[in-house]
Write a protein that binds this ligand. Sequence first.
Ligand code: CP
Length: 315
Amino acid sequence: MKQVWTRKDLIGLEDLSREEIIHILTTAQAFEEALKTDPRKLPNYAGKVFINLFMEASTRTRVAFEMAALKLGASTTTITQSGSSLTKGETLRDTAQNLEALFADAIILRDRTSGAAKLLSEHVKVPVINAGDGAHEHPTQGLLDAYTLCKYFGQDLSGKHIAIVGDIRFSRVARSNIWCLKKLGASITLVGPTSLVPKEFEQFGVTVSHDLDALLEDLDAIMMLRIQKERQGTDNVPSLGEYRKLFGLTETRAKRLKPEARILHPGPMNRGVEIDSVVADSKQAVILEQVSHGVIVRMAVFHLCLSATQNTLSA
Ligand code: CP
């Protein structure tokens, strides 16, 4: 039987086939079931050590990777930029190769440079998992968002209309979601000001809109993104108040969504800017479900990449 997953690394969702994405989601589903009913059915990675190499701030992604490792019996160590020898001029590549020499079994990398995870994956034998590289991709976020949507709509998202609203231009989350959700069949509209959602995004096979109010009643899901000031050289919106008025998911706008439509946000949220507090805490919001699904999906990713590595080494 053909093996669906043969990759050592998870760098992005652009390169993955629909079959590979569904395989990750189905593996995650089986792990979630095992966690609830009989954790002994989960694979056991006792003795393995996964290293979180986080060169940018993170709460959800870093802790979710740690939790995923712990639930599989593995241990983790976290290295941040300020606490590492990168501050002494060591390169990221040298750092990763040293971690491998220190018996790391997998490296999870978050870095501000697009392409950093791909580069490392070419210089170490252990799995490299991209936890966000610049504005390029955040594949496990895309997978956990898809996992959350599939809970409500099934794994075939054909006919579902999903809006991703906000700072698309600087968002790795938006890019990973575009690749993933399109492969699952969804129609995607990117919404925001022209400065943050340029027409060029249409080449990804999505619709671009600058008018959120024209879409609300038609949506099955809406994903709100924060304005990523840390990645923007200059201000791309006149003021946060003006931005909220045009593109914020206010209570008035949320009331126009279908009752079964789901509201997503990858976090961290800026309440009162892209999403109002009352909306973020509403029944239609699945934001904390997304966070929990991040653990499950990352368990599946660890397992698949480690299994593929093991198969390659023993072949
Ligand atoms: N969604 C996300 O990547 O959040 P963190 O930056 O807190 O990891």
